[in-house]
Design a protein around this ligand. Sequence first.
Ligand code: 0A1
Ligand code: ZN
Length: 886
Amino acid sequence: MASATVYRKDYIPPTHWVDSVHLEFDLHPQQTHVHSTLIIRPNEDRINNDLVLNGRDLELVRIVMDGRELDRTEYTLMPNGDIVLRGITKEIKLEIENIINPQANTSLMGLYLSKGNFMTQCEAEGFRRITYYPDRPDISAKFTVRINAPKSVCPVLLSNGNLVEEGELDGNWHYTCWEDPFPKPSYLFALVAGNLKCREEKFQLKNGKKALLQIWVEPQNLDKTEFALESLKRAIAWDEERFGLELDLERFMIVATDDFTMGAMENKGLNIFNSRCVLATPEVATDRDFARIESVIGHEYFHNWTGNRVTCRDWFQLTLKEGLTVFREQEFAADMLGDSTARAVKRIEDVRYLRDRQFTEDAGPMAHPIRPESYEEINNFYTTTVYEKGAEVIRMLQTLLGKDGFKRGLEQYIRDHDGSSATCEDFLNAMAEANMRNLSQFTRWYSQAGTPHVRVRTHWDERSATYTITLSQFCPPTPGQTKKEPFFIPFDVALFNSKGKPIALQLQAETNAKGTSRVLELTDEEHSWVFVGVKEKPIPSLARNFSAPIIVDYNYSPEELVFLSQCDNDAFNRAHAMEELSLLCINEMVSDYERGTRMVINPHYRNAFESMLTDKSISPAFKAIALTLPSETRIAEAQPMINPISIRAAIRSLREQLGRQFSHLIMRVFDDNAPNPVYSPNAADAGKRAMRAFCFELLLAGGNAKSLLRARQIFETSKNLTERLDALRIIVNSASPTKFTLLEAAETEWRNEPLLINKWFTLQATATVPMDECPIVDVVQNLVERYPGYNAHNPNNVYSLVLAFCQNNLAEFHRPDGVGYKFWVEQVLKLDRINPQVSSRLARCLDGWRRYTPECSKLMFSALKYVYSQPNLSTDLKEVVGKALN
Ligand code: 0A1
Ligand code: ZN
C-alpha cells in the first residue's frame, strides 16, 4: 500500500463532536466483543456532514442509529477500515458492535494480551483498533466503561476514572463500571484486566482531599513497587508546590506490563508502564534505573495537566505536551537532588543524551523541526527531537522569562485552555502575554530543523580595557529546508581572570557592573557585545549550563580548556571543558591509529585528567561524570568520516594507558570511594559507585590482574545490581576467560527475571571484544535464534539485545565485512511483521550511512535498498527507510 503523507497545513476541525461514549467489553482472548454507544452532534462551524469513524482490523457486527439497525447500503466501508456515514446533520445516538482479537495483536497497539493480561495502548491512533470512532485528539468526550470478564482469569478489571459499580454475573463472570469525570480524547482511554495485585496508599493532597494511589503488577512483582509509589508521591507534591497543579482525581493508578513498545503512557487516571520503568529493588535495578523510574513516574503524572487537561489539537503539536512534560520531568528530577553539583550532574547526563541522539537525528535524513510539517506515520515522530529538543526549547523560554515569568506563563496557558485542545502557538501566546514579551522570532525553533552553530569571536583591547564578544549563527540545511532564518538564542556567558575568578560584567551602555554571568540574546545573524572594565585578557565560559541546543564553535587552546576544567564555576561547563579535552585527545589518537603510528595521550588532557582525579574538593558523582570518556556516538559525531574501528582502537588504547600510568592514584581513588554498605540509590552513593566502576575499568584495562579478582568477587558477593553489573561488564570487556563462567552463572540466576535477563542480553550485545574469537554479531544472532528466553514479540528483549547491538556497539556492528548489516536486514524484516514501531526504530540505526567510510557506506546503502525493495512493508518502516535513501 502506498503510504500517504499527512500535512500540518491541511488541518481541518472535526465535522462532528462526540458528547459521550459508553463502552461495554466482553473480554475474550480471541473474540472480545465491544459495544459502544456514542452521542454525536454536528460541528456547526463545518458544512461537511460526512461522519468518518476510524477503524483498523475490526470485525463489524452491526451499527444502530437512533434505535434502527443500518443496512450495508447506508454506510461506506473504506479500504483502510474506516466507516463513513453520510448526511449526519443532527444529533444522533450511534450504537456499534464489533469484535476484536487481542491474542493476534502483536503490534501492542489497541487491545492486546501481555502474559494473559489484557492491556491497551491508544496513543496515537490505537483506539481505532478497539472500536469505530472519530479517533483524533481534538475530540473530547465523557467516557463510561463496563468490563465483563471471567473471574478466574481476570480478577481485576480497571479503566479510567472512578469505580462506580461492580458485581457478579452468571457462569463465574463478573463486571466493573467506570466513570471518568473529565472529558478526554480517545488516545487517553485505557483498560486493564487480569491477574494483578496492587500496592496502595491514601495520600493527603494539599487541598485537604485524599487520593487513592495504586501500583498494579503481576503478583510476583509486588515487592518491587515501593520505590515507584514513593516517587509518585514526590511527583504529586512537587507539581503542587512548583506549579500549583493539583491531582484532580480521587484515584490514580499505575499498571506495569512487560510488553510495551515505549516507556510508559499517561492514560487519564490509569497510567500504563513498561515494567522496566516502574519495578525496582536494589537486586534487580541499577542506580540509573532508579533515577529513570522516578523521572518516568514524574513524566506520566505531569502529563495529567500538560497533555490531558490541556491536550494537543492534532499530532503535529506533539511537542506541546512532550517537550513541556520532559522539561517538567527534568526540573522535578533536579529538584529532588537538592545540591547544585548533583543538579549539574543530572544536567550533564541530559545534555549528553541530547548530543548523542538528537544532534545525530538533526544531522541525518529524518531531521525535522520539533513541530514537524508532515509525516507518513505519526509513530515515527515520537523522537528525541520532539521530546528532548522540545524540552530544551521550553528551557530556553524559562531562561529568557525567568522562573517566575515562566510559571506565570504556564498558569495562563492552563487557564486559557483547560479542558480543550491547543497548539504550540497557543502556548507561546500565553507565555508572551503573561510576560508582555514578543516571542514571534522564537517560533522559529518550532519550524526550523537542524542544530544551529554559533561561532564565537573575541577581542580584548588592552588600551580601552574592553572585551568584545561577537556571536554569529549558522544552521546547516536539513531535508526540505535549505535556508534558515536566524534563531532567537539565549547565550549565557561569564569571563574569568587569570586567578580563576569570574569578573563582574558591565556592557558598554550600562552604568555599573551587574553580576558575573550574563544571558546574551542573539537574534540577528551576527551581533557584538562590548564589555568594559576588563583589565586583563579573560577566558570566556560560553553557553553556560547549555543555555541553548546549539553547537558552539570557538577555538579554545588546550591550555584554556584545562583552565576551565579546573576553574569554571558553572559545573556544566567545567565538565564540558573536560569533554572537549578528551575529544581533542581521542581525535589525535584516532589519526595516529589511522596513520599507523603509536597512539599518544595529549599532555594537556593528561594533566587535566590527573588534576581532576585527585581533586578532593569535588564530589565523586561529578568526578565520575566529568572523567567518563565520551561515548563512541559522541566521538563519531565530531568526525568528518566515521570509522568505528579506529574510534574503538583509540578508546581502548587511551584506557589502557591511563590505567597503567595512573594505576596507583586510581587505586587510591577506588579505596576512597567505598559506598555506604547499606544500599540506597541516592545520588551521593550512586556517584561513589560510578566512580569505582570508572576506576575499575581503567585498572583492568591497564593490566592490573588483581582488579580482575576483585571484580569477580564483587559480582559474586555484592547484593546490589549496580555493582554486580558494573563488575560483570568490566570482565566481559576484558580478555579474561572467566567471563564465560560468570555469564553462565548470571544466566542461571537471572533467567526467570525479565528485568535481569534483559541486562544479560545487553552485556553481551555491547561487548567491546569478541567472545572467544567469535564476533559479537554471531553471539547476538545465536541468542536471538537459540536462547529460549528471547522472544521477538517482546520489545524489551529486542531493544536490549538486537537494538543495543546495532545502536551501541558501533565497531562490532559496522564490521567492514558487512555481517552486521546482514543481521540488521534479517531482523528489520522479521520484526516488521510483528511490530512496526519496533522495526522502524531498529531501521534508524542506518540513518547515518552517508557519514561512514566508503566501504561501510556502500554496504549500508545496499542493505537499506534491499529492505526498501521488499513487498508489504509497514508504513512505519517504509517512511524511515525511504527517507534514509532519499
Ligand atoms: N505519551 C507517552 C509516550 C507513548 C507514545 C506512544 C505509545 O505507543 C506505543 C506509547 C507511549 C509518553 O510521552 O510518555
Ligand atoms: Zn510524554
